[in-house]
Design a protein around this ligand. Structure first.
Ligand SMILES: Cc1cc2nc3c(=O)[nH]c(=O)nc-3n(C[C@H](O)[C@H](O)[C@H](O)COP(=O)(O)OP(=O)(O)OC[C@H]3O[C@@H](n4cnc5c(N)ncnc54)[C@H](O)[C@@H]3O)c2cc1C
Length: 314
Protein backbone atom coordinates (compact mmCIF):
# COMPACT_ATOMS: atom_id res chain seq x y z
CA UNK A 1 0.00 0.00 0.00
CA UNK A 2 2.93 2.31 0.75
CA UNK A 3 4.16 1.96 -2.86
CA UNK A 4 0.66 2.71 -4.16
CA UNK A 5 0.41 5.77 -1.93
CA UNK A 6 3.70 7.06 -3.34
CA UNK A 7 2.51 6.49 -6.91
CA UNK A 8 -0.85 8.13 -6.15
CA UNK A 9 0.98 11.25 -4.99
CA UNK A 10 3.01 11.41 -8.20
CA UNK A 11 -0.03 11.23 -10.48
CA UNK A 12 -0.95 14.66 -11.79
CA UNK A 13 -4.33 15.43 -10.25
CA UNK A 14 -5.10 18.06 -12.89
CA UNK A 15 -4.91 15.28 -15.46
CA UNK A 16 -6.45 12.48 -13.41
CA UNK A 17 -8.72 11.97 -10.44
CA UNK A 18 -7.17 9.57 -7.92
CA UNK A 19 -8.66 7.61 -5.01
CA UNK A 20 -7.42 4.89 -2.69
CA UNK A 21 -9.51 1.91 -1.63
CA UNK A 22 -12.40 2.77 -3.94
CA UNK A 23 -15.39 0.41 -3.73
CA UNK A 24 -16.07 -1.21 -7.10
CA UNK A 25 -19.79 -1.62 -6.33
CA UNK A 26 -20.49 1.83 -7.72
CA UNK A 27 -18.53 1.10 -10.88
CA UNK A 28 -20.09 -2.15 -12.07
CA UNK A 29 -23.57 -2.78 -13.47
CA UNK A 30 -23.83 -5.82 -11.14
CA UNK A 31 -23.39 -3.43 -8.16
CA UNK A 32 -20.99 -5.98 -6.66
CA UNK A 33 -17.31 -5.80 -5.77
CA UNK A 34 -14.80 -4.95 -3.06
CA UNK A 35 -12.29 -2.08 -3.09
CA UNK A 36 -9.67 -1.30 -5.72
CA UNK A 37 -6.36 -0.42 -4.01
CA UNK A 38 -5.78 2.54 -6.34
CA UNK A 39 -8.48 4.03 -8.59
CA UNK A 40 -7.40 6.45 -11.31
CA UNK A 41 -9.57 8.34 -13.80
CA UNK A 42 -7.43 10.00 -16.48
CA UNK A 43 -9.04 12.96 -18.25
CA UNK A 44 -7.33 12.45 -21.63
CA UNK A 45 -5.53 9.83 -23.70
CA UNK A 46 -2.27 11.61 -22.97
CA UNK A 47 -2.95 11.33 -19.22
CA UNK A 48 -3.90 7.67 -19.71
CA UNK A 49 -0.54 7.07 -21.42
CA UNK A 50 1.31 8.77 -18.58
CA UNK A 51 -0.50 6.74 -15.90
CA UNK A 52 0.09 3.46 -17.75
CA UNK A 53 3.81 4.28 -17.97
CA UNK A 54 4.10 5.16 -14.27
CA UNK A 55 2.28 2.03 -13.14
CA UNK A 56 4.29 -0.22 -15.47
CA UNK A 57 7.57 1.25 -14.25
CA UNK A 58 6.48 0.70 -10.65
CA UNK A 59 5.41 -2.91 -11.51
CA UNK A 60 1.87 -2.25 -10.28
CA UNK A 61 -0.78 -4.48 -11.93
CA UNK A 62 -3.44 -2.59 -13.87
CA UNK A 63 -7.08 -3.38 -14.65
CA UNK A 64 -8.69 -1.27 -17.39
CA UNK A 65 -12.30 -0.39 -16.59
CA UNK A 66 -14.88 0.80 -19.10
CA UNK A 67 -18.52 0.82 -18.05
CA UNK A 68 -18.10 -2.20 -15.76
CA UNK A 69 -20.98 -3.88 -17.64
CA UNK A 70 -19.36 -7.24 -18.26
CA UNK A 71 -17.42 -7.98 -15.08
CA UNK A 72 -17.92 -9.66 -11.71
CA UNK A 73 -15.49 -8.14 -9.22
CA UNK A 74 -14.55 -10.25 -6.18
CA UNK A 75 -15.65 -9.24 -2.67
CA UNK A 76 -12.02 -8.71 -1.64
CA UNK A 77 -11.56 -6.24 -4.46
CA UNK A 78 -8.73 -5.57 -6.90
CA UNK A 79 -5.05 -5.42 -5.96
CA UNK A 80 -3.01 -2.79 -7.74
CA UNK A 81 -4.63 -0.12 -9.87
CA UNK A 82 -7.91 0.24 -11.69
CA UNK A 83 -7.83 2.76 -14.54
CA UNK A 84 -11.37 3.99 -15.22
CA UNK A 85 -11.60 5.39 -18.77
CA UNK A 86 -14.96 7.11 -18.20
CA UNK A 87 -13.61 10.66 -18.45
CA UNK A 88 -11.95 10.03 -21.83
CA UNK A 89 -15.15 10.31 -23.78
CA UNK A 90 -14.91 12.67 -26.74
CA UNK A 91 -16.81 11.86 -29.93
CA UNK A 92 -16.48 13.84 -33.16
CA UNK A 93 -16.67 13.37 -36.94
CA UNK A 94 -13.43 12.96 -38.84
CA UNK A 95 -13.15 15.07 -41.96
CA UNK A 96 -13.22 13.26 -45.26
CA UNK A 97 -15.32 10.48 -46.65
CA UNK A 98 -14.40 6.83 -46.94
CA UNK A 99 -16.07 5.37 -50.04
CA UNK A 100 -19.12 7.63 -49.58
CA UNK A 101 -19.21 6.76 -45.90
CA UNK A 102 -18.37 8.94 -42.92
CA UNK A 103 -15.96 8.34 -40.05
CA UNK A 104 -16.89 9.11 -36.44
CA UNK A 105 -14.09 9.17 -33.86
CA UNK A 106 -14.80 7.98 -30.32
CA UNK A 107 -12.41 7.86 -27.38
CA UNK A 108 -12.27 4.67 -25.30
CA UNK A 109 -14.46 5.82 -22.41
CA UNK A 110 -17.32 7.16 -24.54
CA UNK A 111 -20.57 5.36 -23.84
CA UNK A 112 -21.69 3.18 -26.75
CA UNK A 113 -25.23 4.51 -26.48
CA UNK A 114 -23.97 8.12 -26.58
CA UNK A 115 -21.94 7.22 -29.66
CA UNK A 116 -25.17 5.91 -31.26
CA UNK A 117 -26.94 9.15 -30.32
CA UNK A 118 -24.10 11.23 -31.80
CA UNK A 119 -24.34 9.20 -35.01
CA UNK A 120 -28.10 9.86 -35.11
CA UNK A 121 -27.56 13.59 -34.53
CA UNK A 122 -25.37 13.62 -37.66
CA UNK A 123 -27.74 11.43 -39.71
CA UNK A 124 -25.31 8.50 -39.73
CA UNK A 125 -26.43 4.89 -39.76
CA UNK A 126 -24.59 1.70 -38.77
CA UNK A 127 -24.63 1.44 -34.99
CA UNK A 128 -28.37 1.19 -34.30
CA UNK A 129 -28.14 -2.44 -33.15
CA UNK A 130 -25.88 -1.37 -30.28
CA UNK A 131 -28.19 1.30 -28.88
CA UNK A 132 -29.02 0.55 -25.26
CA UNK A 133 -26.11 -1.84 -24.71
CA UNK A 134 -24.36 -0.65 -21.53
CA UNK A 135 -20.63 0.05 -21.57
CA UNK A 136 -17.87 1.99 -23.26
CA UNK A 137 -16.31 1.99 -26.71
CA UNK A 138 -13.09 0.43 -25.30
CA UNK A 139 -15.02 -2.32 -23.51
CA UNK A 140 -17.14 -3.04 -26.59
CA UNK A 141 -14.03 -3.40 -28.75
CA UNK A 142 -12.25 -5.54 -26.14
CA UNK A 143 -15.33 -7.82 -25.90
CA UNK A 144 -16.17 -7.61 -29.63
CA UNK A 145 -19.67 -6.85 -28.39
CA UNK A 146 -22.46 -8.53 -30.29
CA UNK A 147 -26.07 -7.39 -30.55
CA UNK A 148 -28.79 -8.76 -32.81
CA UNK A 149 -26.27 -10.83 -34.88
CA UNK A 150 -24.16 -7.71 -35.46
CA UNK A 151 -20.59 -7.32 -34.17
CA UNK A 152 -18.98 -4.03 -33.18
CA UNK A 153 -15.75 -4.96 -35.01
CA UNK A 154 -17.66 -4.86 -38.33
CA UNK A 155 -18.11 -1.09 -37.88
CA UNK A 156 -14.61 -0.13 -36.72
CA UNK A 157 -12.15 1.41 -39.18
CA UNK A 158 -9.02 2.18 -37.16
CA UNK A 159 -8.00 1.72 -33.54
CA UNK A 160 -5.46 3.72 -31.55
CA UNK A 161 -4.01 1.45 -28.87
CA UNK A 162 -1.47 1.98 -26.11
CA UNK A 163 1.12 -0.51 -24.90
CA UNK A 164 1.95 -0.95 -21.22
CA UNK A 165 4.41 1.96 -21.38
CA UNK A 166 1.79 4.26 -22.87
CA UNK A 167 3.20 4.36 -26.38
CA UNK A 168 0.37 4.84 -28.94
CA UNK A 169 -0.02 3.04 -32.26
CA UNK A 170 -2.72 3.00 -34.91
CA UNK A 171 -3.97 -0.17 -36.55
CA UNK A 172 -6.61 -0.98 -39.15
CA UNK A 173 -9.40 -3.10 -37.60
CA UNK A 174 -9.74 -5.08 -40.82
CA UNK A 175 -6.14 -6.30 -40.47
CA UNK A 176 -6.87 -7.88 -37.08
CA UNK A 177 -8.44 -11.26 -36.21
CA UNK A 178 -11.95 -11.02 -34.69
CA UNK A 179 -14.37 -13.83 -33.95
CA UNK A 180 -17.51 -14.60 -31.92
CA UNK A 181 -17.12 -12.53 -28.72
CA UNK A 182 -13.34 -12.51 -29.13
CA UNK A 183 -11.00 -9.63 -29.94
CA UNK A 184 -7.25 -9.25 -30.54
CA UNK A 185 -7.00 -7.53 -27.14
CA UNK A 186 -7.90 -10.62 -25.12
CA UNK A 187 -5.32 -12.86 -23.36
CA UNK A 188 -3.46 -15.08 -25.81
CA UNK A 189 -4.13 -12.75 -28.78
CA UNK A 190 -1.70 -10.45 -30.61
CA UNK A 191 -2.65 -7.22 -28.81
CA UNK A 192 -3.14 -8.75 -25.34
CA UNK A 193 -2.18 -6.25 -22.67
CA UNK A 194 -2.78 -3.26 -24.94
CA UNK A 195 -5.31 -0.60 -24.06
CA UNK A 196 -7.84 0.64 -26.60
CA UNK A 197 -7.39 4.42 -26.62
CA UNK A 198 -9.86 5.38 -29.35
CA UNK A 199 -11.40 4.17 -32.59
CA UNK A 200 -13.07 5.45 -35.72
CA UNK A 201 -16.39 4.00 -36.85
CA UNK A 202 -17.47 3.82 -40.51
CA UNK A 203 -21.04 5.00 -40.94
CA UNK A 204 -23.45 5.66 -43.79
CA UNK A 205 -25.58 8.77 -44.24
CA UNK A 206 -29.29 7.96 -43.85
CA UNK A 207 -32.63 9.54 -42.95
CA UNK A 208 -32.46 10.51 -39.23
CA UNK A 209 -36.06 9.50 -38.65
CA UNK A 210 -35.37 6.01 -39.98
CA UNK A 211 -32.23 5.74 -37.83
CA UNK A 212 -34.12 6.92 -34.75
CA UNK A 213 -36.91 4.40 -35.37
CA UNK A 214 -34.41 1.54 -35.54
CA UNK A 215 -32.71 2.73 -32.33
CA UNK A 216 -36.03 3.02 -30.53
CA UNK A 217 -36.96 -0.51 -31.60
CA UNK A 218 -33.72 -1.92 -30.14
CA UNK A 219 -34.12 -0.06 -26.87
CA UNK A 220 -37.79 -1.09 -26.59
CA UNK A 221 -36.77 -4.71 -27.15
CA UNK A 222 -34.26 -4.49 -24.27
CA UNK A 223 -36.82 -2.86 -21.99
CA UNK A 224 -39.41 -5.49 -22.85
CA UNK A 225 -36.79 -8.16 -22.00
CA UNK A 226 -36.33 -6.53 -18.54
CA UNK A 227 -32.64 -5.72 -19.19
CA UNK A 228 -32.64 -2.79 -16.81
CA UNK A 229 -34.97 -4.03 -14.06
CA UNK A 230 -32.17 -5.35 -11.81
CA UNK A 231 -28.38 -4.99 -11.69
CA UNK A 232 -26.80 -7.55 -14.03
CA UNK A 233 -23.97 -7.94 -16.51
CA UNK A 234 -26.12 -9.03 -19.45
CA UNK A 235 -25.78 -12.63 -20.62
CA UNK A 236 -23.88 -14.78 -18.14
CA UNK A 237 -22.73 -17.55 -20.51
CA UNK A 238 -21.70 -17.62 -24.16
CA UNK A 239 -23.83 -19.45 -26.68
CA UNK A 240 -22.21 -22.40 -28.40
CA UNK A 241 -23.30 -23.85 -31.77
CA UNK A 242 -22.51 -27.35 -30.48
CA UNK A 243 -25.40 -27.05 -27.99
CA UNK A 244 -27.91 -26.64 -30.85
CA UNK A 245 -29.95 -24.11 -28.85
CA UNK A 246 -29.27 -20.89 -26.95
CA UNK A 247 -27.72 -21.30 -23.51
CA UNK A 248 -30.67 -19.48 -21.90
CA UNK A 249 -33.06 -22.08 -23.32
CA UNK A 250 -30.95 -24.94 -21.92
CA UNK A 251 -30.89 -23.35 -18.46
CA UNK A 252 -34.65 -22.80 -18.66
CA UNK A 253 -35.32 -26.41 -19.71
CA UNK A 254 -33.29 -27.59 -16.72
CA UNK A 255 -35.56 -25.61 -14.38
CA UNK A 256 -33.03 -22.96 -13.38
CA UNK A 257 -35.14 -19.82 -13.95
CA UNK A 258 -35.58 -18.09 -10.60
CA UNK A 259 -32.95 -20.25 -8.83
CA UNK A 260 -31.29 -18.21 -6.12
CA UNK A 261 -28.27 -18.21 -3.81
CA UNK A 262 -28.46 -15.38 -1.29
CA UNK A 263 -29.40 -12.30 -3.32
CA UNK A 264 -27.84 -13.67 -6.52
CA UNK A 265 -30.56 -15.05 -8.78
CA UNK A 266 -31.12 -16.45 -12.24
CA UNK A 267 -33.73 -14.09 -13.59
CA UNK A 268 -37.28 -15.42 -13.76
CA UNK A 269 -37.71 -14.01 -17.31
CA UNK A 270 -34.46 -15.16 -19.00
CA UNK A 271 -32.31 -17.97 -17.64
CA UNK A 272 -29.05 -16.61 -19.09
CA UNK A 273 -29.41 -13.31 -17.23
CA UNK A 274 -28.14 -13.46 -13.66
CA UNK A 275 -29.27 -10.63 -11.41
CA UNK A 276 -28.43 -9.00 -8.09
CA UNK A 277 -31.64 -8.77 -6.06
CA UNK A 278 -30.07 -6.15 -3.80
CA UNK A 279 -27.29 -7.38 -1.54
CA UNK A 280 -25.69 -10.16 -3.60
CA UNK A 281 -21.99 -10.77 -2.96
CA UNK A 282 -19.50 -11.92 -5.58
CA UNK A 283 -19.29 -15.15 -3.62
CA UNK A 284 -23.07 -15.72 -4.01
CA UNK A 285 -22.93 -14.90 -7.71
CA UNK A 286 -19.98 -17.17 -8.31
CA UNK A 287 -21.67 -20.03 -6.43
CA UNK A 288 -24.75 -19.52 -8.62
CA UNK A 289 -22.66 -19.57 -11.80
CA UNK A 290 -20.92 -22.77 -10.68
CA UNK A 291 -24.26 -24.35 -9.77
CA UNK A 292 -25.64 -23.64 -13.26
CA UNK A 293 -22.47 -25.07 -14.84
CA UNK A 294 -22.73 -28.24 -12.72
CA UNK A 295 -26.40 -28.78 -13.57
CA UNK A 296 -25.75 -28.42 -17.31
CA UNK A 297 -22.65 -30.62 -17.20
CA UNK A 298 -24.54 -33.36 -15.33
CA UNK A 299 -27.64 -33.21 -17.55
CA UNK A 300 -26.13 -32.57 -20.98
CA UNK A 301 -22.37 -33.11 -20.66
CA UNK A 302 -21.54 -29.55 -21.78
CA UNK A 303 -19.33 -27.00 -20.10
CA UNK A 304 -20.82 -23.51 -20.10
CA UNK A 305 -18.24 -20.79 -20.74
CA UNK A 306 -18.96 -17.56 -18.84
CA UNK A 307 -19.12 -14.43 -20.95
CA UNK A 308 -18.85 -12.29 -17.81
CA UNK A 309 -15.24 -11.82 -16.71
CA UNK A 310 -14.08 -12.53 -13.14
CA UNK A 311 -11.89 -9.74 -11.83
CA UNK A 312 -9.91 -9.37 -8.60
CA UNK A 313 -9.86 -11.42 -5.41
CA UNK A 314 -12.81 -13.57 -4.40
C1 LIG B 1 -28.28 -5.00 -19.28
C2 LIG B 1 -27.10 -5.45 -20.08
C3 LIG B 1 -27.26 -5.86 -21.40
C4 LIG B 1 -26.15 -6.29 -22.15
N1 LIG B 1 -26.33 -6.63 -23.47
C5 LIG B 1 -25.26 -7.03 -24.20
C6 LIG B 1 -25.41 -7.37 -25.58
O1 LIG B 1 -26.51 -7.33 -26.15
N2 LIG B 1 -24.31 -7.76 -26.27
C7 LIG B 1 -23.08 -7.80 -25.68
O2 LIG B 1 -22.09 -8.14 -26.36
N3 LIG B 1 -22.90 -7.46 -24.38
C8 LIG B 1 -23.96 -7.08 -23.64
N4 LIG B 1 -23.78 -6.74 -22.32
C9 LIG B 1 -22.45 -6.79 -21.72
C10 LIG B 1 -21.69 -5.46 -21.85
O3 LIG B 1 -22.58 -4.40 -22.08
C11 LIG B 1 -20.67 -5.52 -22.99
O4 LIG B 1 -19.79 -6.61 -22.85
C12 LIG B 1 -19.85 -4.22 -23.07
O5 LIG B 1 -19.16 -4.20 -24.30
C13 LIG B 1 -18.86 -4.10 -21.92
O6 LIG B 1 -18.24 -2.82 -22.01
P1 LIG B 1 -17.66 -2.09 -20.72
O7 LIG B 1 -17.10 -0.82 -21.15
O8 LIG B 1 -18.69 -2.06 -19.65
O9 LIG B 1 -16.50 -3.11 -20.32
P2 LIG B 1 -16.03 -3.50 -18.85
O10 LIG B 1 -17.05 -4.39 -18.23
O11 LIG B 1 -15.62 -2.30 -18.10
O12 LIG B 1 -14.74 -4.35 -19.20
C14 LIG B 1 -14.85 -5.56 -19.94
C15 LIG B 1 -13.44 -5.96 -20.40
O13 LIG B 1 -12.97 -4.98 -21.32
C16 LIG B 1 -11.71 -4.49 -20.90
N5 LIG B 1 -11.61 -3.09 -21.29
C17 LIG B 1 -12.46 -2.08 -21.00
N6 LIG B 1 -12.04 -0.93 -21.56
C18 LIG B 1 -10.89 -1.22 -22.21
C19 LIG B 1 -9.98 -0.46 -22.98
N7 LIG B 1 -10.14 0.86 -23.21
N8 LIG B 1 -8.91 -1.09 -23.50
C20 LIG B 1 -8.69 -2.42 -23.30
N9 LIG B 1 -9.53 -3.18 -22.57
C21 LIG B 1 -10.62 -2.59 -22.04
C22 LIG B 1 -11.71 -4.67 -19.39
O14 LIG B 1 -10.39 -4.68 -18.87
C23 LIG B 1 -12.42 -6.00 -19.26
O15 LIG B 1 -11.51 -7.06 -19.47
C24 LIG B 1 -24.87 -6.31 -21.56
C25 LIG B 1 -24.71 -5.89 -20.22
C26 LIG B 1 -25.81 -5.46 -19.49
C27 LIG B 1 -25.61 -5.01 -18.08
Amino acid sequence: MEKLWQIAQKINTEQCSVALSESMRAHTTFKIGGPADLYVRPRSIRALAEVLRRLENAAIPVFLLGGGANILVGDKGIRGAVIDTGLISSIYPVSGLKGGRVLLYAACGASVSLLCEEALARGLSGLENFYGMPGSVGGAIYMNARCYDDEISLHVDEIWHLDTLGSIQKVSAASLPWSYKRSPFMPGEGLAGSTVGAATFVLTPDNPQAIAARMRARLADRMQKHHFDYPSAGSMFKNNRVFGEPTGKILHELGLRGYRIGDAAISPWHANIFINLGAATARDMRALIEHAQEVVLAARGWHLEPEVLFVGDF
